[in-house]
Design a protein around this ligand. Structure first.
Ligand code: HEC
Ligand code: HEC
Length: 339
């Protein structure tokens, strides 16, 4: 996945070269200044560790330079690469890890049947193969399942969770739990979690959140202000029309419209979207948006139409619906951001 020069990189080369050179020459920095910071409540003291084992954790492509950090000394995300790092000795397992990585990084190519419409891959959001601080990292997450899921109001296996991201975030078709695709992705996610304990959340999990006291009530948000900020900070890559630059692992993914995540996806919730971009975007300067900017931009992006998840009426049955579920007509007869 690191061989191709992303198209968006060509657009933004000027801005990106500086952090890339910085990271290339300072391999000992494990918390670069541009790395996304977790919410203040749990923000760890920045550390500079000289541990040479962490050098390998710095992804080598410019696309992700400057965005790897550590949450705690000794608890860094150690980024693994299927083409370099040891795979399971068992040949079938090794093959499943590799296939899972391919599906994760280029879903439409390697799981075409289940992603017929989408320009997104799993790694569009779970950046760097699900191993990026501040971008919904999945290292150490697999071993925490089974776990209660609020939206479904039942216990979820890791596979249930993966399938939900297929049918909502990828706006695709749900693979059967026993399909080779679902099994491969689960095997890959367990491989990147190798050595991570079950029953203890890794410190980087659940950090794409804006603190409760900093949330702006939905009716107070102003999508027009959000649009101005979007044009300054996002349109360079995602374009003014939100469609990005096409499809596949080297493209900038769309933020709304037919090829985007659907309205039942996690990111279609306003505070979830804001928490994602607060720490993961702009890709070349993550952590530079403040809480308000992230929410205003989210209000603009989520004021647009996107594919409809067909069974939204079966979500949040028997539990309280979150106020930021702006596309749910049970709660809002029409999207409150569409004015
Ligand atoms: C449009 C963005 C997006 C895409 C694309 C996406 N996801 Fe997710 N994913 C999310 C969000 C948002 C969450 C919820 C994170 C949370 O609850 O904090 C999530 C959660 C998860 C979780 C559980 C994480 C946790 O900490 O509980 C797994 C596993 C997962 N996704 C796997 C996948 C897989 C596999 C794919 C590709 C088939 C994928 N995702 C595609 C946005 C996305
Ligand atoms: C320098 C280019 C660049 C800039 C600027 C940028 N992004 Fe992104 N964005 C990307 C790329 C590339 C990805 C896919 C990540 C990957 O493949 O590693 C992405 C992924 C995303 C995603 C998840 C996938 C999807 O399409 O839903 C969201 C949401 C997002 N960006 C929102 C924003 C917002 C909002 C801004 C402005 C605050 C922004 N981005 C600024 C390049 C950029």
């Amino acid at each position: 996945m690191f061989q191709v020069v992303p198209r968006w990189l060509l657009v933004a080369t000027g801005v990106l070269l500086i952090p890339f050179v910085a990271i290339a020459t300072l391999p000992f920095i494990v918390q670069p200044s541009s790395s996304p910071s977790p919410p203040a409540a749990s923000r760890p003291t920045p550390t500079v560790s000289a541990s040479p084992t962490i050098i390998a954790a710095v992804p080598m492509d410019a696309a992700h330079a400057g965005t790897t950090g550590t949450a705690q000394p000794g608890r860094a995300i150690v980024v693994k690469d299927v083409s370099k790092d040891p795979l399971p000795k068992n040949a079938q397992q090794a093959a499943a890890v590799k296939r899972g990585a391919q599906i994760f990084n280029d879903t439409a190519t390697y799981a075409k049947e289940y992603s017929p419409n989408s320009a997104l891959t799993c790694a569009s959001c779970h950046i760097n193969g699900g191993q990026q601080m501040g971008a919904l990292p999945l290292t150490g997450v697999g071993p925490q399942f089974p776990e209660y899921n609020t939206r479904a109001n039942r216990m979820f296996t890791l596979t249930d969770r993966i399938l939900d991201c297929f049918s909502r975030s990828i706006n695709g078709k749900r693979p059967a739990p026993e399909s080779s695709e679902a099994v491969a992705v689960a095997t890959y996610l367990m491989w990147i979690s190798d050595g991570q304990p079950a029953g203890t959340n890794p410190p980087w999990r659940g950090q794409n959140k804006i603190a409760d006291q900093d949330l702006i009530p939905i009716p107070k948000l102003d999508p027009q202000r959000g649009q101005q900020m979007y044009e300054q900070k996002c349109a360079l890559c995602h374009q003014a029309n939100g469609q990005g630059s096409g499809q596949g692992p080297s493209a900038v993914p769309p933020l709304w419209g037919d090829k985007s995540f659907n309205d039942g996806a996690g990111l279609a919730r306003l505070y979830t979207f804001a928490g994602f971009i607060r720490y993961a975007m702009p890709l070349n300067a993550p952590g530079t948006l403040n809480d308000e900017e992230a929410q205003q931009i989210a209000a603009y992006v989520l004021s647009h139409d996107r594919p409809a998840y067909p069974t939204k009426d079966q979500d949040y049955v028997g539990v309280k619906m979150p106020v930021d579920a702006v596309y749910y007509s049970q709660q809002y007869p029409q999207n409150p951001l569409k004015r």
